[in-house]
Design a protein around this ligand. Sequence first.
Ligand code: NAI
Ligand code: CS2
Length: 495
Amino acid sequence: MTTRLSQATLDALPPAAAQPAYDRAAVKTGVVHLGVGAFHRAHQAVVFDDALAAGDLRWGVLGASLRSPGVRDQLNPQDGLYSVVVRDGDRRDVRVIGAIQSVLVAPEDPAALVAAMAHPHVHMVTLTVTEKGYRLDPASGALMTDDPDVTADLSDLSAPRTAPGFVTAALAARKAAGLPPFTVVSCDNVPHNGARIRQAVLDMAGRIDPGLRDWIETHGAFPQTMVDRIVPATTPDDVAANESLLGVTDQGMVKTEPFTQWVIEDRFAGPRPDFDSLGVQVTADVAPWEDAKLRLLNGAHSAIAYLGGLAGLQYVDQVVAIPAYARFVEALWDEAESTLTPPPGLDVPTYRGELMRRFANSALQHRTVQIAMDGSQKLPQRLLAACAARLDKDQPNDALALAVAGWMRWQDGVDDAGNAFTVNDPLAAETARRVQGAAGPAAKVAALLDLAAVFPPALAADARFAKAVTNAHLSLIERGAQGAVEAFVESLPRS
Ligand code: NAI
Ligand code: CS2
């Protein structure tokens, strides 16, 4: 067995692997991060590492997992160290990140996490707990008060279970201690992420203690963010390949692309790193950035995941290498783009070109099945908002409808070659029930459109939308996903 990456083995790393040059022992914990997945390690933690490297030692990160001990067991034996490997073609840039100081597993000791979040040095709580981790209804954004963990948090916050529960409990502890609130920074692809976590926390606080709610409303800050960097899940092969570069084993490594972007609304409850000097855009209005990213990047990602995955294509780059799929993505973007008000500084044609190049990065091996996960939580902001906006203007939605139909076909749990797979989604049991109970494809589409957690009532009731999705679904059944994409592209006017 090779040696593990740790503070003690940093000296043994090859010169090409960048590593922290600041005094890690002098770093204070200014950030608590909930959900230390791959994305946090390749995105926000890199920015905090940059802040530390620039000499501002207030921004060490305490990571917390709200579920399993996996990342704690990867990082704590490595003194929190791990590498970010930027992959592009044959390029492999390795950088060891020192910002994460340690990782807690919340269910093992919820009170310890609340106490850590209530520490006076903590100024920010950042979150990447996935869309479903907010316990919000995906279509309306309301706190799911019938969720058993939310119910438990509402009746007793001494041992929280949910992300809004931890934030509320820690803010209550800070209020009781006479401390200011921390800034809550959601870094998930949730629409209006700041406003949504704020509403969830205010809702929870209001049911527990109206005085706490008023205090959070007056003093709290929940900036909206747009976050972007493609960070596929790490595989054992990635760990092995990295070991041959580093000379030591790094169980916590993450792989990513060169591109990274973080846009944050200028709304903070206290100190923050000097974001402007760290390449982070601090701006008054994040919404146009968010809409563009969710509808163009993520909308295409979900379409690629369902329509590529059903055709048996494993990776995103394999999908966009097929000319019909690439043309389909452009058609989807034409529809989505027409619904956007791009922010100053975003040139959409250039952005689309960059996105296609990012998707084509074959060194990432970004699995379609990973992106297909949790579709019920993703569809509203990625595809359905654009559909609704186009219907309002009486514009057709054929490409978007094919993507939505791809999600519906995915709910069957069988690909075009007849291989069964697990539908990984918090609403999978509900979609399966609806699919199994439907007599024929049109009834199946109707039963899924009737799922109010995903489809807003006005969209579900729109006969033009139902017809487009039903036709697309019939095409998927008749031709398979790749055939349906090819037929769709054939039907486009020649440009
Ligand atoms: P991951 O699977 O590596 O990590 C997910 C984290 O969320 C884990 O810590 C997990 O314990 C936690 N989590 C999952 N379900 C939860 C729940 N119900 N309650 C509380 N915590 C829960 O995933 P990754 O790649 O870190 O992505 C996480 C999120 O980050 C995404 O869902 C997305 O919103 C956002 N994001 C991801 C990007 C990427 O390319 N990976 C890029 C931009 C945003
Ligand atoms: C992806 C995103 O998994 C998914 O659903 O669409 O995580 C995507 O990689 C990021 O949003 C890129 O910033």
